[in-house]
Structures are given as C-alpha cells and as structure tokens.
Design a binder for this molecule. Structure first.
Ligand code: ATP
Ligand code: MG
Length: 387
C-alpha cells in the first residue's frame, strides 16, 4: 500500500481523435514541471497518470502539476492490492487522512475498469462502506447527498482516494496551433498568454524595448514574466526587438498624438514577419476595450488593418479586476507591478487619438520608410530561449 499523486484528464484528451498525442504532450509537460522537485516513477493506468513520490512532497508536486493544461482534477491516492481486504485497509487509511471526517456522511463510489474482478461495482462499494462504518463509529452513509465520497478504482491495481483538487481544464499545449504573444511588462499581456495557452495554443513571445531609453531591469522583468508563463506553456522562444529608432522617426515625422497607434501598427507588422517566418498562426495581445484611452474599437480596427494575420485579444471584454484576479492566481501579478517601464515616457503622448481613421494614419505612415525601419528592427532582433 502506498500513496501516489493521480492526474485525471478531460474528455477531449481521453476520447478525441488525437488522444495519443494529447496524452503524450500532457505527460511531457507534467514531467517537465516536477523534474526539479524529483519523483520516483510516473506511469499510466487506464487513462490516469500516477506519480510515485514521497507523501511529504505531494503538496509541492500538486501545485506544479496543476499548471499543466488539460487536467480536470488531481488527487492523492492510495495504491493497493486488488482484493477486498487491502482495499478496505486503504479506504480506512484514506478516511483517516481526510482532515474532518468526524460526524460526516459519506458514500463509496467504485469504478471497475477491470471487468474480470470478481465483484461488481455496487457490491464493492457496499462492502467497503460496511468496513468503514464498522471501523469509524461516528460516520454515516448518505448515498444521495454525502459530505464526502470515497472513490475506489479497480484497474490493474486498486486505488482509493477522497479529495479531488480541481485543475484548470483546457487543452494540452500545442493542440491548437501556434501564437505569438506581444508581451509587455504590464499586467494584461501575461494573462492574455495564459488564456490562449489554456486553450491549447503554443506560445512564442515578442517584446519591444527602447534600450537605452528603457532599462536593462525592464528587460529582465519581461524575461521573468516569460519564465513565469513558461511554467504553463513549456519552453518559450522570445523575440526581443528594439523599437527606439522607429519611435524617433515617428517623433520626427508624425503628429505626436498618433504615436501610440503608429507604434502599435509597427509592432504588428514586425510580429507578422516573425509569424510568417516561423510558421506561427496568430498574434495575441492583452488589449482590453476602454482600459486605456488608446484601446477603442476604432484603434483596434486600425491596428488590425496593419496586417493580414489574425490578432487574438482574449481580454477584450474583461474588467481590470477580473484580469488582476487571474494575474494573481497564475503568479505574474507581483512581477508585473514592479516599476520598470517597458516603454519610454518621452514618446508617450499625453492625449493619444482615441478615434483614429485609417486614411489619416496611412497618410502619416507615408512620411516614414516603413519597410526599411522594419527590416532594420528585425535584423537587430535578439532571440532568447526561456526554458
Ligand atoms: P499590458 O498590461 O499588457 O502592458 P496595457 O494595459 O499596458 O497592457 P497597452 O500599453 O495599450 O495596454 O498595450 C496593449 C497591448 O499591446 C499589450 O497587452 C501587449 O500585448 C502589447 N504591447 C504593448 N507594449 C508592448 C511592448 N513593449 N512589447 C510587446 N507588446 C506590447
Ligand atoms: Mg503596458
């Protein structure tokens, strides 16, 4: 009899036509996340993944496994021999481990995967329930509305557990194509990356800085944010582009109120080049409608017109408070609020245009050597692997 951590996946992974590759990907991501903590073994028994690791490490392991998308729940289970006596002992042990079972109602629920096992599920549940009632004097059975359930899985081995810790659900990374996340040092873009990764999109990152107008520490902050994100997404390729020259040209040749929209269009055009070269399907931003003066329907439209590739904005309809909630939950908030700015205030207009018109913006762009500026920016791009 021993304690393990068990991981259960969503329907789509278990039944979808890409089952095998989903599963392998999820397992790879789990292994990657728990490597540092260390474990004895990891194996599959009919659709669940089991991690053999000392019980005192379970909490740590669970919090790392939780970061893998596609998981419905995680539980601490007792693996035992496949006979009633052993299962009963395991059930007693599981109840004792369950903090406040005293005075509570319960029911046993059996899932018999191994159909050759001598008893049927309801019979097994009844027997184990009986053992528990005999052993613990102050618990009662309630089959309709129990305070807790004792789950028994009969597979190649038998497994007993009580608590199910919810996972994020979602889809395994890589099952929904590839996206280029425009990552600033703010609160929103890491959350946007998390949301799309949760739906299975493999994430690469594009960051724009204006060194030496922006600091090395601001750059480090974005690296750190990408690192936090990579716990959910797996290894990230980060493209880092200096936009200073483009800002200077805009300042020299265009209306200052248009700086934000013009620079955003440059960001998108540079992003699109990277996507085309590296076979990335979409771009992702942390824009949220109305959050700042420049995030209006009109600017979103004018930004979209800069490129052919789709731009996904998973936060577009969300309130800041809800975005902050996710940001705290995924562990990026504290890093995001560090005071190192990703863009230099010198070029930020006091009153950006809020209702840009495409033809005005294109007219301003005619004063710039757009292609050359983009070529230069990309030529000097740095590529960093975040592992
Ligand atoms: P965030 O909190 O993500 O910084 P924000 O509320 O500050 O967003 P904006 O500054 O208008 O909003 O940026 C909107 C989006 O544009 C960001 O979410 C990000 O996707 C992209 N973006 C802005 N600045 C940069 C940058 N320096 N590098 C890469 N992407 C950027
Ligand atoms: Mg920002």
């Amino acid at each position: 009899m021993k304690w393990l951590v068990a991981v259960s996946f969503g329907e789509l992974i278990l039944k979808g036509k890409n089952r095998k590759s989903f599963f392998n990907r999820a397992i790879k991501n789990i292994k990657r996340n728990i490597e540092e903590i260390g474990y004895n073994d990891i194996f599959i028994e009919s659709s669940k993944v089991y991690i053999d690791v000392e019980k005192q490490k379970h909490e740590q392991i669970i919090s790392q496994v939780k970061k893998v998308f596609g998981i419905i729940y995680i539980s601490q289970v007792i693996m035992c021999e496949k006979n009633l006596d052993s299962i009963a002992k395991a059930a007693i042990c599981a109840v004792e481990d369950f903090e406040n079972f005293q005075g509570k109602t319960f029911k046993v629920k059996t899932n018999r995967v191994d159909k050759s096992f001598v008893m049927k599920s309801p019979e097994i549940s009844a027997k184990i329930g009986g053992y528990l009632l005999k052993h613990f004097k102050n618990i009662k059975v309630d089959v309709h509305n129990p305070d807790f359930e004792v789950f028994v899985d009969i597979k190649e081995d038998a497994f007993v557990y009580i608590k199910r810790i919810e996972g994020y659900g979602g889809l395994p990374i890589g099952s929904s194509g590839r996206g280029l996340l425009l990552l600033s040092g703010g609160i929103d873009s890491p959350v946007a990356g998390f949301m799309m990764a949760k739906r299975g999109v493999e994430i690469s990152v594009l960051h724009f800085h204006s060194y030496p107008f922006t600091s090395k520490r601001a750059h480090q902050k974005v690296n750190d944010l990408a690192k936090i994100l990579s716990q959910y997404t797996g290894e990230i390729t980060m493209y880092s582009v200096n936009l200073l020259n483009i800002y200077k040209e805009i300042a020299k040749n265009c209306r200052s109120r248009e700086t934000t929209i013009l620079s955003r269009r440059f960001m998108m055009k540079i992003g699109e080049r990277i996507c085309n070269k590296h076979k990335i399907n979409v771009m992702i931003t942390g824009e949220s409608l109305g959050q700042v003066a420049s995030q209006t329907i009109q600017s979103v439209s004018v930004i979209n017109e800069a490129v052919d590739i789709p731009i996904l904005r998973p936060l577009i309809g969300m309130d800041k408070t809800d975005i902050i909630k996710i940001s705290r939950e995924i562990g990026s908030y504290e890093k995001s609020i560090e005071p190192f700015d990703d863009c230099c205030s010198v070029f930020t207009p006091d009153r950006p245009v809020t209702k840009p018109r495409l033809k005005d913006i294109e007219y301003s762009e005619n004063n710039l050597d757009t292609d050359k500026l983009i070529d230069d920016a990309i030529e000097n791009m740095e590529i960093i692997k975040i592992v």
